[in-house]
Design a protein around this ligand. Sequence first.
Ligand code: PMP
Length: 417
Amino acid sequence: MTMVASSAIADTTNPDWARIRADFPLLTREVQGKPLIYLDSANTGQKPASVIESVDDFYRHHNANVSRAVHTLGTEATDAYEGARNKLAGFLRVRADELVLCSGTTFALNLVAYSWALPRLQPGDSILVSRMEHHANIVPWQLVAERTGGRIKVAELMPDGSLDLPALYAAMTSEVKLLALAHVSNVLGTVNPVREICREARRRGIVTVVDGSQAAPHRSLDVASIGCDFYAITGHKMCGPTGTGALWARREHLQAMPPFIGGGEMIREVSFEGTVFNDAPHKFEAGTPNIAGFIGLGAAVDYLQGVGMDHIEARESALLAHATEELQKIEGLRIFGNAPEKAAVISFLIEGAHSHDLATLLDLEGVAIRSGQHCAHPLLQSLGVAATCRASLAFYNTHDEIERFVVALRKSRSLLA
Ligand code: PMP
């Protein structure tokens, strides 16, 4: 497979952020005649040229289906696809044969819901979730609870947006069989102490599912050491293509769980009398996968590791501190989520200005932020607001962009006054 080199992976001791930013072709475009300021990375991340080129290279030079053909292209495609699984496993520090490749976190959580929870939960059992969960980490559990006669229990938050840990532990009662929790909140930015929480859950015999969608792009992960049972990630938020993601699960769960989707590739032998399934993780990967997408995700992992996850975390902390300080100077602006451990996500409202109006006016200035409910209706209901604006930062953003965003925000607000 052709190696596509990134032009600007920096010296690991001192990343050259301007050169790193130049790896992202889209960031040079204009929107509404203004230079784009992309502050929506929690929604989806931008892609470096090396990721785009790896997908292009696959279709130009190697395109074939995986695991089916013995011809050269088939072998190249299979090697590259399995190579991507190995890279992702290295990134998460887990075993590759415990990593199920799938379309993203939504699929990964549904796989746990239908394949682990549905056959196991009994009437009266509970699934514990936190108030800050994304709908992808609520709705699958509701669907399963409806079918098993179970119920959903909710762990509430402190005013700063962090989990109320004593209340969470008190809620871990004997009828709770599963805890589903975000590692990092997509609305509040709160980083949850998942290692400590999973230890407490394990002590009480509760199986844990961690939604790592907003953690994997921003910090160095050691999933095996978190002590959870399942960990879900999504590729498109970590510089990879859309339609890629993974579920890590403890081996014993993968072996015990029945397949979720049936079809080709997940079987060893099929007859009309019955089917013998393949080993995990292939047992959960029916059908032709997003081969090019995963090759792109492998390139994204190479890219992130080339920059260095510790550098990325430090850079994003500095950008978050700068943006928070500047936004707090704006009269009437309220930030939702001030937990001591916080990722670079800032949800806010300005008194007297509707969030969609602000986002629309900011777009006219070339600034892309998200406004709405961020797939977290229960959280917004408890905050007592219908919607918020959300600016989410990534390492490719700049301090200058933050200054220009704040100027544009002040201007937009004045137009709504
Ligand atoms: N969980 C969280 C915390 C998220 O932010 C998102 C994406 N917005 C998801 C789950 C859903 O992930 P996917 O896009 O892979 O379906």
